[in-house]
Unconditional design. Sequence first.
Length: 199
Amino acid sequence: MLDPILKFVFSLTFLQNQGIERTKAFAAGTAAAVIPGLGGLAVPLIVAGQSQPTFRPGVSDRGTLAEVPNVIGKEEEEAKGIIRGEKLNPVSESFSIHRGKVEDIGKVVEQVPEQGKLVRVGAPVKLTVSLGAPAATEEESIHQRIEQDVEAAQQQILVAQNQITDAKATIIEARDTILTAIATKGTSAKGTSQSGGPT
């Protein structure tokens, strides 16, 4: 009689090497472990037969394995081309990434399976493509507008302070000119009265 643990491990390993997702492989391995005798080993074969990955037209070497390439950081179309070149099936989804960078827009930021995994030819490789950071919420937009308004007001205050300083200087200069004129007029008036008096 075969050991249930051995049947489980064999089934799980076999199915994962066939590109079957882990949860399905785990369930099939559990079923194989509880079915007595060699009959349990039929479960992974049945699951593998029912879960054939999507194959591209013209691919005839279904029984071979392919190594998943690293496409993180590549533009979406370039990444898909690389994956198809390895006879795998790229499936991409685009998402806004919290704190996403502008330079990552349109690029692959995550892939499953990861680089170096061996999967069956034609197996899907899921790509997450960045749309950049999500749009600001209404609250964030209000906060940004308030910050911009405060900055603009501070600039206007600086301009007004400079204008007030210039106006003060002009007033002081005008006052000094008036005082000088009054002093000059008073001095000349005294001189006139002293020289022009009766003898």
